[in-house]
Design a protein around this ligand. Structure first.
Ligand code: ATP
Length: 236
């Protein structure tokens, strides 16, 4: 079976300086795939190129059999790719409810109402905070809101960029459980995470980035057991 997302020889540059040097990876339907590696290794730049937020200097990004490299952002969103961005990026002045509706602005009112209920059931704290400006929510609550807002788009591929960043350990565990639940719902997930042990526990497969290249790939378990990964990224 063809992968849902298939990247071949992707190169990304900022102002002529290349930071992603020919990356190839795949995400199959229903999989949770993690990208791990040190700060600045090129994981976020790879995600940004998939979403059309930075240009692909070279290479191919195929989603559901169609080329999307350098396609306009709205076409990529319409194809079914939704990003839950680093730093949550909720709209601080808008209420929780308004933020959630923004996730589904392109869909019918009936569908929106149904999904809003489903999200409030999945994240009871968001029901409690429904009419509160999102900027007044705690970091963990904002992360849940950002995840729920991404799901409101009913994505075929849900991309998470550093969902645990800056959160207390207890909340990080909650975010991990949430991603596991989303995976159990059958969603396809691409996850970038500094917390390598959480990412590798969640992931069916993972890729290790170093200096703009993929240097290792395998199942989450294989990478957890790999001596170099254990030493450099898991602190064992
Ligand atoms: N907007 C930008 N302009 C110029 N250079 C950038 C820009 N964004 C990222 N870079 C550089 O590109 C390289 C790859 O960064 P990227 O954010 O993709 O890495 P990362 O693996 O996701 O790390 P992090 O976890 O810090 O986000 C780094 O050297 C970074 O400094």
């Amino acid at each position: 079976m063809d992968a849902l997302l298939s990247i071949r020889d992707l190169r990304v540059a900022y102002g002529g300086v290349e930071v992603v040097h020919g990356v190839s990876l795949e995400v199959r339907e229903g999989e949770c795939v993690a990208l791990i590696g040190a700060n600045g290794a090129g994981k976020s730049s790879t995600l940004r190129a998939i979403c059309g937020l930075v240009p692909a200097r070279a290479g191919s990004i195929r989603f559901d059999g169609r080329e999307i490299a350098n396609a306009p952002g709205h076409r990529i969103v319409r194809a079914g790719i939704t990003m839950c961005p680093e730093g949550r990026q909720v709209f601080p002045q808008m209420t929780t409810l308004q933020n959630l509706r923004m996730g589904a602005y392109a869909r019918s009112d009936d569908e929106q109402a149904r999904d809003l209920e489903a999200m409030m059931d999945m994240f009871p704290i968001l029901r409690e905070r429904a009419h509160q400006p999102a900027g007044t929510l705690s970091g963990g609550e904002q992360e849940m809101l950002a995840i729920a807002r991404a799901l409101m788009a009913r994505p075929r591929l849900c991309i998470f960029d550093e969902p645990s960043l800056g959160l207390a350990p207890r909340i990080v565990a909650e975010v991990g459980e949430t991603i596991a639940r989303i995976k159990a719902m059958g969603k396809t997930i691409l996850l970038v995470e500094q917390n390598s042990s959480m990412a590798l526990r969640l992931a069916d497969r993972a890729y290790l980035f170093e200096a703009g290249e993929i240097v290792l790939s395998g199942s989450g378990e294989e990478l957890q057991a790999h001596p170099e990964v254990a030493r450099a990224y898991l602190g064992h």
